[in-house]
Design a protein around this ligand. Sequence first.
Ligand SMILES: *Cc1c(COP(=O)(O)O)cnc(C)c1O
Length: 362
Amino acid sequence: MSYPRLDINCTKIYFNTRTLINKLYKKRISITPVTKVFLGNPIITNVLINAGVNMIADSRVENIERIKLSGIKIPTMLIRTPMISQITNVLKYCNFSLNTEVSVIKKLSLEACKLDIKHGVIIMIELGDLREGVMPHQLFDFVNKIIKLPNIIIKGIGVNLACRYGVVPDKMKMSQLSELATSVENKFNIKLDIISGGNSASLYWAINNKNQTRVNNLRLGESIFLGCESLYQKPIKGLFTDAITLTAEVIESKIKPSLPWGERGCNAFGEKEDICDRGLVLQAIIALGRQDVSISGIKAPKGITIVSSTSDHLVVEAIKYPLFVGQKIKFELDYSGLLSSMSSPFIYKNFQNVKGFELLKK
Ligand SMILES: *Cc1c(COP(=O)(O)O)cnc(C)c1O
C-alpha cells in the first residue's frame, strides 16, 4: 500500500446516499449529489447512481465530461454558471446548468441551436450570502429576457447559501424562494420543475421543516461524503462520518526541545509565530505536507497534536507514547481536507468495496 493514502469506502458512501434519499423523500425533496470533491470520479458516480439518484451535479465541466466519457448516461447539472469560453462543452456534456447572466444564456441558446439540442437552465437567486445569483427584484426582468430564447428551457430556480458568509438557509429564506417560484410561474404562465434549495447547509432546515414548501431539490456533497453539514459542523444522525480517511506514515521520531535556537526570521511560508518553552517533547515527522492537503482540514487521532507543517512535513507531538518510524497515522477530514487531498496528485486514492457496485447496472 502507498502513503499518504485516502481510503474511500464505497459501501459507506452508498449507505449515506440512501439514507439521505430516504430522509428527504418524506419531505418531497430529491437530492442531486455533487461530485466535485471527487473530480467526477466514475467509480463514485456509479456508487451514487446505484444508491438511486437520478441526476449528478458538478461545478466543473471537465469533471462532467469525465463522467460522460466513462459511458455513464445519467442527466448532469453544471452548478457553476458557465464560462462563455466553455459553452460548447457545457452543451455537449451537461443537460442543465445553474445560471445568473443573460449574456451566458444567450450564448447557450445560440450554440444549442447550432448543435440542435435543448438545454435546461436553473436561475440562481441571490438571497443574501452574496455569491452567485440574480437579485430578487430583478428576477421578472431576467426571465423576460430569456424566456423566448430558442432551445433554452427554464427548468427552475435555485439558491446557494452558507458558502461565502455562512448566511443560514432558514425557514424565511426557503419560503422566499418558494414564493419567488410561484410568482414567476404565475407571471409567465410556466411550470418550474426544480426548486433547488441549496447545499448540505440546507439539510438542517429540510429535515426539521414541517411546512409545505415548493423546495423540491438539494445539491449535496459534504453530507453524503463526510456525513456532516458545514453550518453547525455536526454529524448527521444515521450517516457514516468515516467513509473517507487519510493515512500517512511517520518518517522521524525523536525527543526534542520545544524551543528553537538561533536567530529567527520568518519561516518558509512567511510566518513567524511566538514560541513558548514547553521543555522536551515527543516530536515526530509525518510524510504529509501542504502540497498534499490543507492541514487545517485534517484532524489527528487522540494522543497526537499537529504542531506545524511545511510543504512536505507534518510536525506532530505525541502526548504520552512516542510514535515509531514507519507507523501509520489515520486522520479525519473536513471538507477542505477532503477537497485538497482528493485534488493532490501525491495522494494515493484507495477505493474500497468497488466490486459490488461494478456488478450493478450503470
Ligand atoms: C459545492 C456546491 C454544492 C454542494 O455543497 P456541499 O456543501 O458539499 O453540499 C452545492 N451547490 C453549489 C452551487 C456548489 O458549488
